[in-house]
Design a protein around this ligand. Structure first.
Ligand code: ATP
Ligand code: MG
Length: 200
């Protein structure tokens, strides 16, 4: 069942938004999503690539469609994972708008979580309408080597501290550029990168 086809109104749906640049998606992303889904009994994790990440300039980011395709490929590993086009388009990708768009498609009792790494969560005070974001969702914050968790006033935060995965997309991009291969990619994503000639 996809969110666009919400058919079961008799039970509560628990889903998480997992936003990111996903340039490219890697196995720490899917590992974190799987652990979160197991621990918090999530029905769905929506992987939402940002079309225009507010904190990155457009020239540096791989085109949306490639990032979306790689997310789609990686999401095949778990039936609870769903690639989402909620942030597709020409607008800046602001989380509060994504949450509001999703909320409008759900039943009133459905629960929305926001899955996020400790590095990104540390920046949340600088997000557009951050107070509204903090009120709108519960956060599942995944530990990330080198980042401490500070919880802003009023935030509802659940920690996922079982993981300490050293992977990052920036390190993977660096390895692809210099060595033509990288650790931590799903094999089918690496095949896509090669076929499309990305990150060279
Ligand atoms: P980049 O190095 O380009 O910033 P990234 O690996 O941080 O890439 P993003 O697309 O920026 O990936 O991150 C999407 C989300 O995944 C963020 O909430 C980020 O904190 C989280 N995340 C990414 N890698 C990890 C990791 N190794 N452990 C925990 N969380 C992670
Ligand atoms: Mg990042």
């Amino acid at each position: 069942m996809t969110c666009a086809q919400r058919v079961r109104y008799d039970s509560v749906l628990r889903l998480a938004i997992f936003g990111g640049t996903f340039d490219p998606i890697h196995t720490a992303h899917t590992r974190a999503a799987r652990e979160a889904a197991d621990r918090f009994a999530l029905d769905k994790v929506l992987f939402v690539p940002a079309a225009h990440p507010p904190h990155k300039s457009d020239g540096q980011t791989t085109p949306f469609e490639h990032r979306y395709r790689m997310v789609e490929i990686a999401c095949r590993e778990d039936a609870r994972f769903e690639p989402s086009r909620l942030e597709e388009g020409s607008e800046r990708s602001y989380t509060i708008l994504t949450i509001e768009r999703l909320r409008a498609r759900l039943a009133p009792g459905d629960e929305i979580y926001f899955l996020i790494g400790a590095d990104a969560f540390a920046e949340i005070g600088s997000w557009h309408r951050s107070a509204d974001v903090l009120r709108a969702v519960d956060f599942i914050v995944v530990s990330r080597p080198g980042y401490e968790l500070k919880i802003p006033e009023g935030a509802r935060v659940h920690r996922l501290e079982t993981l300490a995965l050293p992977l990052s997309s920036s390190e993977i991009r660096r390895q692809l550029e210099t060595e033509g291969t990288a650790e931590g990619l799903h094999p089918e994503v690496l095949a896509y990168i090669r076929a499309e000639g990305l990150y060279r």
